[in-house]
Design a protein around this ligand. Structure first.
Ligand SMILES: Cc1cc2nc3c(=O)[nH]c(=O)nc-3n(C[C@H](O)[C@H](O)[C@H](O)COP(=O)(O)OP(=O)(O)OC[C@H]3O[C@@H](n4cnc5c(N)ncnc54)[C@H](O)[C@@H]3O)c2cc1C
Length: 337
């Protein structure tokens, strides 16, 4: 259970947060844990739709291999509650810089609640996988329509595997999958495959089948192949594809963060963006991150962010001491009347 907005409003009204984290997947929760343990006041606002939700099991996370993805996040939230982190359900639609706050400050606006004030914000909202529009395909996503052999390859090893050709990366994906199965077919679909690539695929025993795929075929709730536009069938037990990755970056609109040529937010190695006080971590900033690396990036960001706050606290304290000593010197120096 998360806190209600009114519970949090009371605490926030007592002086705001050091950090509000937007997005409560592995990256965001990890940020919050490390910051809470640094005795920072932290809130997490999360829309509750982690990228790997369609999968039944989380793979490749040391000590958690095979757990349902939601179980990892539920355990993380329980740990955060123990440290007094405020956990809010909701979709943040904008983050607005607060002017003249004596340092970076932001109002984080959930779509259906009052704004939360914070000295720093971390955006960890992940990405969305855009899938090709083929009948039946979206329903199988994360089950037997897959993208990542490191997440799912072991479970489908030695089985007949299909790769949907959509872009030049599909050739590399087919060659990669050859590590998990000797029975791999690249379905050319919308991809033009060069003679060189055909030679490389052939050398590794990857078959190429021409023609567009019309739909995926499912029997007894299991993928059993694809049907081509000409009506022929190609059997496979799992179909791999390269989704179109779309950053879930709406909360960053209006913050003027730098973007790379593909439109992804640019950060340093700790997740710090070019906008003072704004961090971006996990799949939002690194589409290749696995769950364990997203969590690791969150931890690194939290440590850098805490140092940034310590620096600001020190500057403020120094300014206060200097102002104090200036006013007492002025009082001593003032002539007696
Ligand atoms: C089908 C599938 C299976 C996968 N299996 C594995 C696997 O077995 N092992 C592995 O290591 N990786 C796996 N991955 C990759 C894994 O999903 C990512 O590495 C991981 O989710 C990245 O974590 P994150 O915290 O960056 O983002 P996410 O986990 O996506 O979390 C982001 C959170 O932010 C929330 N959010 C988004 N926008 C907003 C907003 N505006 N306001 C508030 N909250 C918002 C989302 O609802 C979500 O809860 C898989 C991916 C897919 C698609």
């Amino acid at each position: 259970m998360s806190d209600t907005h009114s519970d949090v409003r009371v605490r926030a009204a007592e002086g705001g947060y050091d950090v509000v984290v937007v997005g409560g997947g592995a990256a965001g929760l990890s940020v919050a844990l490390v910051l809470a343990r640094a005795c920072r006041r932290v809130a997490v606002v999360d829309a509750g739709q982690p990228r790997n939700a369609p999968a039944a099991h989380l793979r490749g996370f040391l000590t958690r291999d095979g757990v349902p993805p939601g179980e990892l996040l539920a355990a993380g939230r329980a740990e955060l509650r123990g440290y007094g982190v405020d956990l809010l359900d909701g979709l943040v639609d904008r983050i607005v810089p607060v002017p003249n706050a004596g340092g970076p400050a932001f109002d984080v606006h959930p779509a259906d609640g009052r704004a939360l004030r914070a000295r720093r914000v971390v955006v960890a909202t992940g990405l969305r996988d855009g899938l090709p529009e083929l009948p039946g395909l979206a329903e199988r996503w994360g089950r037997d329509v897959l993208h990542c052999p490191y997440c799912h390859g072991y479970e489908v090893r030695d089985r007949p595997l299909g790769v949907l050709g959509t872009d030049p990366g599909s050739v590399g994906q087919a060659l990669l999958l050859r590590q998990w199965s000797a029975d791999v077919v690249l379905l050319a679909h919308t991809l033009d495959i060069s003679a060189d690539d055909r030679a490389r695929l052939g050398a590794r025993g990857v078959r190429v089948v021409g023609g567009e795929v019309a739909r995926v075929a499912v029997v007894d709730d299991r993928l059993n192949g694809v049907e081509l536009a000409d009506g022929s069938a190609v059997p496979c037990e799992a179909l791999f594809l390269a989704p179109h990755l779309v950053a879930r970056d709406a909360p960053l609109f209006g913050l003027d963060c730098d973007r790379d040529a593909q439109g992804w937010v640019v950060t340093d190695r700790t997740g710090r963006t070019g906008v003072p006080g704004v961090w971006a971590v996990g799949n939002l900033a690194d589409p290749r991150a696995q769950v364990i690396t997203a969590a690791g990036a969150g931890s690194a960001a939290a440590i850098a962010l805490n140092h940034d706050l310590v620096d600001e606290d020190t500057e403020r304290a120094l300014a206060a001491v200097t102002a104090d000593s200036t006013s007492s010197t002025a009082a001593v120096a003032a002539p007696a009347r």
